[in-house]
Design a protein around this ligand. Sequence first.
Ligand code: APR
Length: 321
Amino acid sequence: MRRAKLSVIGAGNVGATCAHWAAAKELADIVLLDIPDRVGVAKGKALDLFCCAPMEEFDANVIGTSDYKDTADSDVVIVTAGLPRKPGMSRDDLIQTNVKIVREVAENVAKHSPNAVMIIVSNPLDAMVYTAWKASGFPTNKILGQAGCLDVARFRAFLAMELGCSVEDIQALLLGGHGDDMVPLPRFTSVHGIPIDMLLSKEKIDACVQRAKVGGGEIVQLMGTSAYYAPASGSVQMAEAIIKDKKRILPCAAYCEKEFGVATEKGKGYFVGVPCVLGKNGMEKIVEINLNADEKKLMDESISHVKDLVGTVRKIFPELA
Ligand code: APR
């Protein structure tokens, strides 16, 4: 049986950590690609990781390269190429540089792995997913953005810290854009089935929501660059659901039209954070839920920020409109 193939574009902090989590799960053969100037880093990290195989007991090849031919026929491609945030920068500050990078990457992925599912991680996420979609010409089910898995994981982690219970028992759902734009849904948050508001006060829940929203910024402040363990873990969680055709419901940036009232016209949709069924075809279904008035207001604000970001991309790069 052919082993699945996972390519990770960008061998920096997030990319290398994606390769690490994926190898540890024995998910696929892994190709780590970076620009020619950094091919030594890609090759070195790949070799270092492969040398863990005898100890960690995974059978998966890991190679580093700067040649897209080595990524040919990947099942899943995780795109982490681009600049990370520095202290004082918002995700949106990265737009100019990262659009150019993600556009070039997406064109290459489409050429060499036309049947892959692409998972975008580069920021500002909602604009980069749009860029990758336009540049690749991929069908909308084959393009996803990783943000929700990370944001939900942060929320669950902070709730578990507050409650002193296992993270495994916390179920949560968030919608909307990444970070500051997320739409928290405490109504859909529970601890082993017990609604969260039976266990924590509104103030404490709100504090966990707020910390999850700015969790990325908190880490940038602490270590001077953006987070990578959890963003990589979220990306690999999505890749695993696709490679193993698990039909997991995970929050992802996915193309929506009528779903959640994103667009009234066909073909005028946007990629927005929503719960999706992930399987071998990528995004197989969006799970729509009824929002109350407060939640809908937050979701509409989040969608409107996504539209602004995409509007900026279209203005600076009219060829992507
Ligand atoms: N093709 C391939 N790789 C590229 C390209 C390109 N055109 N341009 C840059 N890269 C590589 C860089 O050489 C670098 O190795 O992308 C890598 C980015 O790695 P880091 O600088 O360590 O950044 P990282 O922390 O991994 O974040 C990458 O993910 O979470 C987001 O906001 C984050 O947009 C950022 C991205």
